[in-house]
Design a protein around this ligand. Structure first.
Ligand code: PNW
Length: 488
């Protein structure tokens, strides 16, 4: 067996965060209930041709009205934490604090109370992609006034919900917001007309908005509420397509720097990474521009952004193989990176074309974070796998995925000294998988959409994940017998 294939026995640290995640637009439904404003996803899903089979989040899993069912599901998994997100337009219908929708706040208050009563700690995401449409109408993430809007929104949430929340996530996956929403146009708001400049403007504003929210918490709420605030970045891991070619190693490095590093470098190390700055500058000059398309942070901004984290939030799904490609003088985000990525044909496929099973990459990515950002505490805020096609509650592929990936996390922790403090399974429920609608199912629980009651039924992976949780990892069977987990 290779080092990757060998099962490592051992346990995570005491009080390890074991969680499962959802996001407001993917599960809540109730898209016009109780004064909620419209979001860019409401508009996007109602635009013909954007979502597979015209699926929408109008009803989704109806979690707005089925809170008790979701809590029951969480109890069955025996998670210590639950990660969910707040719908910005449910709380602030036009995105601003001119009008606070009390009914929206009440819903989240009730959810927090129900979680705490069930002994489950909340992990709350402020922004999981459902921007108030009213803010998009004035430019969305492209308009720098959004930094203030986001700061004020964060302030409302910290003030009203903060006494019950110890873990906050400002943004979910700035890379996906930027690249799928503002380069490819596959996600709301659906832009693909300025792939040369728009991604850099949008990301610049998101990074600043994150920093302002962190400072609000730090200045006004930390002393009394004593929680942790950070951002969740997602990233693939990249390996060289040809491991005997130096240039393929450099291509792989570019992928990670343009993915994880785009956001993590300013927040954890200060400023964009030298490699990203150099690549965008060179490509801009090659296109005849007088200066780089990458905006600059002023020295004051660099100082204000640097260190705005209390832990490292990571979403990870899979790895890719990278090799360099000469894009000539093309002015495009992809050309700046100068790389094309592919999968290895032997990597097991899943229900999502972009996701192949590559457990080895997670350990390497975690080690990269440790080395690059001075060993921060890391919470994996998403990791998981999908299926599509006919329903099969015996989801062996998901058990395989979780066992292999979580064992790599254990190796990172015990063998590489990575400061792992939590793991979150995506997702608790089968839900609206964005542009592909309800066809790709990431849930631990199956949601039967042909039944108007939308019942949640546990897949086989629920008992696997819950036994892993009660074991706090993979205790050596030789030290057993362990009721929690037995590999034999
Ligand atoms: C994440 N990709 O999104 C999101 O945070 C979830 O809301 C989503 O349901 C989950 O992963 C599964 O997709 C991603 O194309 C969307 O590489 C797309 C990609 C990665 C993550």
């Amino acid at each position: 067996l290779t080092e990757d294939e060998k099962m490592l026995y051992g346990e995570f640290k005491k009080d390890f965060i074991w969680s499962s995640a959802t996001a407001s637009y993917q599960i809540e439904g109730a898209w016009r209930a109780d004064g909620k404003g419209l979001s860019i996803w409401d508009k996007f899903t109602h635009t013909p041709g954007k979502i597979f089979e015209h699926d929408t989040g109008d009803i989704a899993c109806n979690s707005y009205n089925k809170m008790e069912d979701d809590i029951a599901a969480l109890k069955k998994v025996k998670v210590s934490h639950y990660r969910f997100s707040i719908s910005w337009p449910r709380v602030l219908p036009d995105g601003t604090t001119k009008y606070i929708n009390q009914a929206g706040l009440n819903y989240y208050q009730k959810l927090l109370d129900a979680l705490l009563a069930a002994n489950i700690e909340p992990q709350v995401t402020l922004y999981h992609w459902d921007l108030p449409q009213a803010l998009q109408d004035v430019g969305g993430w492209e308009n720098e006034t959004i930094i203030e809007r986001f700061r004020d929104y964060a302030d409302v949430l910290f003030k009203n919900l903060g006494p019950k929340v110890k873990l906050w996530i400002t943004f979910n996956e700035p890379y996906i917001i930027t690249v799928l929403g503002h380069v490819q146009g596959a996600h709301a708001p659906g832009f693909n007309d300025r792939p040369d400049t728009l991604p850099y403007i949008v990301s610049h504003n998101i990074i600043k908005a994150h920093a302002e929210a962190w400072h609000v918490y730090n200045d006004k709420y930390r002393a009394s509420q004593n929680g942790m605030v950070s951002i969740t970045v997602n990233s693939d891991w990249a390996e060289p397509r040809n491991p005997y070619k130096q240039e393929d190693y450099e291509a792989a490095r570019n992928v990670v720097e343009f993915y994880l590093g785009w956001y993590a470098h300013p927040i954890f190390n200060g400023d964009y990474s030298p490699l990203v700055k150099k690549s965008v500058l060179e490509q801009s000059l090659a296109g005849g521009l007088p200066k780089s398309r990458l905006p600059e942070f002023t020295p004051e901004e660099i100082k204000r952004i640097n260190g705005t984290y209390d832990y490292f939030g990571l979403n990870h799904y899979c790895s890719v193989l990278a090799f360099p490609v000469d894009f000539g003088d093309t002015q495009h985000f992809e050309a700046d990176r100068g790389v094309v990525v592919i999968s290895d044909r032997t990597w097991l496929e899943t229900g999502s074309s972009w996701l192949r099973m590559t457990p080895f990459g997670l350990r390497r990515l975690l080690k990269f974070i440790k080395d690059e950002y001075r060993n921060p505490p890391i919470i994996i805020t998403e990791n998981g796998v999908s299926e599509n096609g006919p329903v099969d509650l015996n989801d062996v592929h998901r058990i395989y995925f979780y066992e292999k990936y979580i064992n790599q996390v254990l190796k990172a922790y015990l063998l590489d000294g990575v400061n792992m403090i939590g793991y979150t399974a995506w997702s608790l429920l089968d839900n609206l998988e964005w542009a592909v609608g309800y066809t790709e199912r990431f849930g631990l629980f199956y949601v039967n959409r042909t039944d108007p009651d939308l019942p949640r039924t546990p897949k086989a992976s629920v008992s696997f994940y819950s036994s892993l949780i009660s074991c706090n990892g993979f205790p050596d069977p030789a030290s057993g017998p362990h009721e929690c987990w037995n590999p034999m």
